[in-house]
Design a binder for this molecule. Sequence first.
Ligand SMILES: NC(=O)c1ccc[n+]([C@@H]2O[C@H](COP(=O)([O-])OP(=O)(O)OC[C@H]3O[C@@H](n4cnc5c(N)ncnc54)[C@H](O)[C@@H]3O)[C@@H](O)[C@H]2O)c1
Length: 352
Amino acid sequence: MASHRVSFTYLSQEDLLEAGCFDLSMAIDVAEKTMVEFEDHRILFPEKIVQIFDPVAQDRINCLPATLLDDKICGAKWVSVFPRNPKRYDMQNLSAIFILSEIEKGFPVAVMEGTLASNMRVAAMGGIAAKYLARQDSQSIGFIGAGEQAKMHMLAMKVVCPSLKECRVAAKTAEEENQFIHELSPILPDINFISVNTVARDAMQDADIMVTATSAQAPLLKAEWMKPGAFYSHIGGWEDEYQVAQQCDKIVCDDWDTVTHRTQTLSRMYKQGLLSHSDIHADLHELVSGHKPGRESDQERIYFNAVGLAYVDIAIALAMFKRAESSAIGQQLNLQETMVFEHQDILDKIRL
Ligand SMILES: NC(=O)c1ccc[n+]([C@@H]2O[C@H](COP(=O)([O-])OP(=O)(O)OC[C@H]3O[C@@H](n4cnc5c(N)ncnc54)[C@H](O)[C@@H]3O)[C@@H](O)[C@H]2O)c1
């Protein structure tokens, strides 16, 4: 009789690190390839399911499914965002877990830690945007926000802009800025990191690349700090004054249609009638596929806003799983040894 065992691979964050999956070049390559598949309708991408537990703090757990038809993998990201975690518990605000299933029998193949892949995806998308939209000779990068997304973004930016030499960082406290520098400077020894003691202007003024990745809901980034030729990657919610987008020559989103339904700066502007579809140059996949141009002059100011595309997360998680599998890293866990009525001792186990 055929075995009816169903098993899957379990991968902790430590397994993923051991397998060399903390690899932003890999994430960038996978994200680009997957965006082209999306454009070719080879991805199923239904609506996410959102459950909000605190309407003020926005504590929430979301379920985001997607299917990669070419890879024959259906996955879901189960992601918690509890924005008060850093302050309350000295823990990250985002935690995630992935389930990947094959679509021949429909059985799970992997259950894996997902915070790493999720944060790498956010950074990879910003990195891809910079690849097409930042000046190739960018040397300086400024951050408002020094948390998990900011750190990951810095790593991705260095992958796509190896010319970067200086990173200035502003956060709510100087301690956070120093922590950012303490954690990143050993990884990026050729970058000159500068803490600006919470003065956002000093971090952003005249930077070639500007990144905001904050938990704030306020216009922190001022338009006058953005020089001609600068590229801006907006990661959080409302972080910049409206004039930033208004003065930009190009606005690119990961998915403009989704942006219109959210609460980012561009979403607010859209809802207030200050921005319309015709103001948007492209969605990022159109630059990757070559259907629309990226940067066309050294003087353009360019704005990029990502809200997050879960199919890219699933693709990055799959690439990580494959890499771990090729090194035999991870635990094999049984979901079932056999089908339920085939258990020899079923009479002892059943309760009626
Ligand atoms: N676009 C996406 O796909 C995506 C994905 C995940 C997270 N996010 C968003 O990215 C943002 C950052 O997430 P995180 O995980 O890095 O958060 P985090 O809590 O780790 O860091 C937040 C940072 O914001 C800074 N900050 C808050 N208020 C500030 C102010 N007034 N001035 C200067 N700095 C200020 C804090 O000092 C901190 O460094 C959040 O808004 C989150 O929702 C976006």
